[in-house]
Structure formats: C-alpha cells, structure tokens
Design a binder for this molecule. Structure first.
Ligand SMILES: [Zn+2]
Length: 238
C-alpha cells in the first residue's frame, strides 16, 4: 500500500534526523536535578562579554580581553582529550540567550563561562557560581583549585549558588567563573601577566578533568535542586 510505504518512509526519516542531530536526551535536564556529570567528552567554553560589551574595565584591564585569553588557554589545556567548543574565539558580541541556545545543542557536555570581577578595591580572589545540583561538584572543584592558586583572597564570596542566565537556563551542567577582581591592585597586577592567566586555565582544566573522571565522588553532600523558573534579563546579574 503506497500510503503505508510513505508513512514508513516518513517515520524512518524522522528517526534518522532524531538520532543524527539531537543531543542524547538522557543527558539533559532543565532543572539540573540529577547527579553531576561524569565521563563527558565535550567542554563548551564561554568567554564572557565581547564586542560592544567590554565587561569590567579597571586598572587598564578589560574583562572581555582577559576572558577570551583564559578561554583560549583553557581550550589548549583540554584539547585534544576533549572536544572543545568556544562560544566566541575573537572579539564579537554574543547575547546571553544566544549563548544558552548554542550550549543546548550539545548533549554530553559541560559549560564553563569565564569572567573577571569588579567591586571594592579591597576585595580579591576568585568566585565560582552555580545553580543546578548537577553543577555543584564541578563548581566546587574549580573554586577549590583557583582558591589554592590565588595569593590575595579577601572578602570574596567563594563558591556561590546564584541564579544567572548562564547558571540556570542551559539544560546541561553549567558554571560561571569569576577569575579575580580587576579592581584590586595586587590581583590586577597578577592577572595582567600571561603566566598567571596560564595558571588560572590549568587550575580550571584540572577541575574539569577531575569531574569527568570522578563525577561527584569525594565532593560531599550535593545540594538539593531548586525548581525555580528560568533566569531573565531583569534578574540581579547576568
Ligand atoms: Zn563578566
């Protein structure tokens, strides 16, 4: 029967399209209410800001440039052991919701957004933001490694659970890393050196590799999920 054959052909096409392009659905969750990632092979690196959005500017430093530099160093640390996707690889603007949509194309992946901080000149040190339960262990590993590296921590928030568009809205484990305060004289002087930025990238890469190997093991109790709606532009940050 021709009609049945057409139907069968159409269903086969749908099946092939679904298998070929869709991320593995078992890897996805819009709430992040599941264990942290283990054995993933793709890392999406998001250099914060770009183009018309320079991010923080302080002490002669520009956040968008430093974020891109650390993002590229992080790519070098991870590739070829991991497939690496750079959200931007030069100085152009990408809207936050576009970043979320692009990250959501990938299945077995984590998203790491790289930033530098702005605040009181007395504050110093790295901060790492997460929201989802499945992102906690990765965030904790990153913060621990960066904290061990940073010589001038003061009044920094450390590991923070906060709903940002890049910590809440992607359907995959995602964290946002503030690598240091550009407004602190000592930390800014360090961040201005390529050797320190290389150490930052190494520390983040080690955390990602540890997470891929061990999952949540050894990271203590995982916080309960929070079933909050997606983050919007009007929210406190990001
Ligand atoms: Zn930023």
């Amino acid at each position: 029967m021709p009609l049945t054959r057409h139907l069968a052909a159409a269903l086969l096409c749908l099946f092939l399209v679904a298998c070929g392009s869709a991320p593995r659905l078992s890897q996805r969750s819009i709430y992040g209410d599941r264990p942290g990632p283990k054995g993933f092979n793709t890392v999406i690196i998001d250099a914060g800001h770009g183009g018309k959005d320079s991010g923080a500017r302080a002490r002669g430093l520009v956040e968008k440039q430093l974020a891109l530099d650390v993002a590229k160093r992080l790519r070098s640390e991870l590739w070829p052991g991991y497939k690496v996707v750079l959200m931007r690889d030069s100085d152009f603007f990408v809207d936050l919701d576009q970043r979320v949509a692009r990250a959501n194309r990938y299945g077995d992946a984590v998203l790491v957004s790289i930033h530098f901080n702005y605040g009181s000149r007395y504050r110093a040190g790295p901060e790492t933001y997460y929201w989802r339960s499945d992102s906690y262990a990765l965030a904790k590993r990153v913060q621990r490694n960066l904290s061990a590296l940073a010589p001038y921590e003061r009044d920094n928030a450390g590991l923070v659970r906060r709903r940002l568009r890049l910590t809440r809205n992607p359907a995959l484990p995602c964290i946002l890393v503030e690598c240091g305060y550009l407004t602190n004289a000592k930390e800014a002087a360090l961040v201005a050196t390529s050797s320190y930025r290389e150490k930052l990238a190494e520390a983040i890469a080690r955390a990602i590799k540890d997470q891929a190997r061990d999952g949540d093991a050894g990271m203590g109790p995982i916080p309960r999920p929070i079933y909050a709606p997606p983050s919007k532009a009007g929210d406190a940050r990001g």
